[in-house]
Each structure stands twice: as C-alpha cells, then as structure tokens.
Write a protein that binds this ligand. Structure first.
Ligand SMILES: *Cc1c(COP(=O)(O)O)cnc(C)c1O
Length: 295
C-alpha cells in the first residue's frame, strides 16, 4: 500500500502552468488528504484499541477512509450521523454504501445529535476521530506531505512556491503551512465562512503558527450543485486529464482562477482525493438538471 511520495503532474490552462500533487494516486481506497490525516493510525500500533468512534456528514470522505482504516486494522467502526432520508440510504455507490460494506455501524441520531457528539466519551479501547479529523494526530501525515513538497521544490530550484488547496476544516492547509515555512499555502473556505475556517484552524494552533492565506469564498455553499461549477470542473478535468473531486475542487478551482492574477510564481494544486464521493454528487447534479439547476 502506497501512502506517501505521490507524483506531481502538470498542465497548462489560462496561460499558466499548474502543477498538481497527486495524492489521489496514493492508494485506491485510502488516498487524498484523509490518508495523510490518518497515516499516524495506520503506521503505529494501538494495541489497546479495537474500535473507532466518529461522527459527521453522511457522505463524508473521512467516514469512508475511516471505514477502510478500520477494515485494515480489524477494528470495529461506529459512526454517528443525523437521521438519513430514504434517498440518501438508497444511494448506490456512495461513500455511505461503501462504508457500510466495509463494516461500518451507522447510528442515526435525531435532535440529540449535536448534544451527543459534543459530549462523546470513550473507554480505553475506543479511538475518537472528530469530525473532519480536526485534531493534532493529523499533523504526522501532513508533515510528511510537506516534506515531499519541500524536496520537490528544492530539486527543481523553485523558491517561494504557492501551494493551493480547498479547505473543509482547514486541518490540511494549517499543518502544511506550518511545515512549508519557505513557501506560501493558500486556501479557500468551502464549509462555512472565512471566519469560521480561521476559528477551526486556531483550535489546533497551539504554538501560534502562521495561518495559511485564505481567499474568501462568499458565494458557494458546501456540497451544493452549481451548474457553473460543474462546467468548470469538467473543463479542468478535460484539459488536465485528471479527475478532480466534485465537492471541494469545483469551489477550489473557481476561487483560485478568480484570484489568479494576484498569485506570482509557481502554483502547486494539492489534489486531496475524494473521488469515491463523485458518483453520488453527480447524481445530485442530474437530479437538479431534471428540475432546473441552481446557478
Ligand atoms: C476532506 C477534504 C478536503 C478538506 O480537508 P480539510 O483538512 O478538512 O480542510 C478537501 N478536499 C477533499 C477532496 C477532501 O476530501
């Protein structure tokens, strides 16, 4: 199983060269920034642990990666989410279906979800992974990712490169900036406001490290189908010959391109994987198309 040293490819678009760090190519089932965030658990022994407890969205990429981790480790995996609609439950080839196939035990909570998940307690055999893995254990694998980028820049005599990625919790962007001290990490908020992203990053910022630079996304709501974003990502898929994810990357590329003129020098786009979620997101697009799409 390959969990580090992902390749870097490149393509030309809008008269610029974009390098892409291909973390989508790590392992088929365990890739992207989730593989980096969870590397610490995969590479170390946790003898007392036999169960993972986590919670969050019902199509989360992290949920799916945790189901793969649990399977590899021979651990149980319990996942709490809000009550699911029939459509979500019957969704084929979704992260939810794949996770359940991997043995995930899904527990749906109603109104008590927020209260319950903010007060989770565990026994010594249980490992808690918070929503989005916004926790310091993620640092281990992201430090390795930063080391790979530093080495690549050095070998190619590139100074002050710009590493761009779209953010959910900001965990990846935050730890990357911490270890890419000669380079600039740029991100955008895909979940919630820019202020909310800063708040989340500060919750893991113990040593007052510099935060990544954030382009403010004020327009696009999380996991919502926008026709213009689908068109853009399909175009980028075609030009680059790379398949990007349909939740974070459309917003990421849109905001990056809008701000392209302000970025001087080399751009390295971090592909954060997540392609298993594309099938269900495309279905949402198709559903909307049949009604009339947001745009
Ligand atoms: C989880 C995820 C992100 C966001 O990662 P954070 O560290 O939470 O900011 C971005 N892109 C993809 C494809 C993801 O799966």
């Amino acid at each position: 199983m390959i969990l580090n040293n992902s390749p870097i490819s490149q393509f030309e678009y809008k008269n610029r060269t974009f390098f892409v760090k291909r973390d989508d190519l790590l392992d088929k089932n365990f890739n992207g920034n989730k593989a980096r965030k969870l590397a610490c658990y995969l590479e170390h022994d946790f003898q007392e642990i036999d169960t993972i407890i986590s919670y969050g969205g019902n199509q989360s990429n992290l949920m799916y990666s945790l189901s793969c981790l649990a399977k590899l480790k021979n651990w149980q995996f319990i996942y709490y989410t809000r009550s699911l609609s029939k459509t979500v439950k019957n969704n084929k080839y979704s992260n939810l279906e794949l996770s359940i196939k991997n043995g995930m035990q899904l527990i749906e909570l109603g109104n008590e979800y927020s209260q319950f998940t903010s007060n989770l307690t565990t026994t010594p055999n249980q490992l808690i992974i918070h929503q989005g893995a916004l926790q310091k254990e993620a640092e281990y694998g992201i430090k390795q990712l930063a080391a790979e980028i530093n080495t690549w820049a050095e070998l190619n005599h590139l100074e002050n490169i710009n590493v761009f990625l779209p953010s959910g919790t900001g965990t990846t962007a935050f730890f990357l900036q911490k270890y890419l001290d000669k380079h600039k990490v740029i991100t955008t908020n895909c979940v919630g406001s820019r202020d909310y992203l800063i708040e989340q990053m500060n919750s893991i910022n113990c040593n007052n490290s510099q935060l990544p630079f954030i382009f403010d996304n004020q327009q696009y709501r999380f996991a919502t189908p926008y026709k213009e974003l689908l068109n853009l990502i399909l175009e980028i898929n075609k030009v680059s010959q790379i398949e990007f994810d349909l939740i974070y990357d459309p917003v990421g590329w849109k905001i990056l391109l809008e701000n392209l003129k302000t970025i001087k020098g080399t751009i390295l786009y971090l592909h954060c994987g997540g392609l298993t979620g594309n099938y269900s997101m495309l279905q949402r697009y198709n559903y909307l198309n049949n009604k009339s799409a947001t745009s």
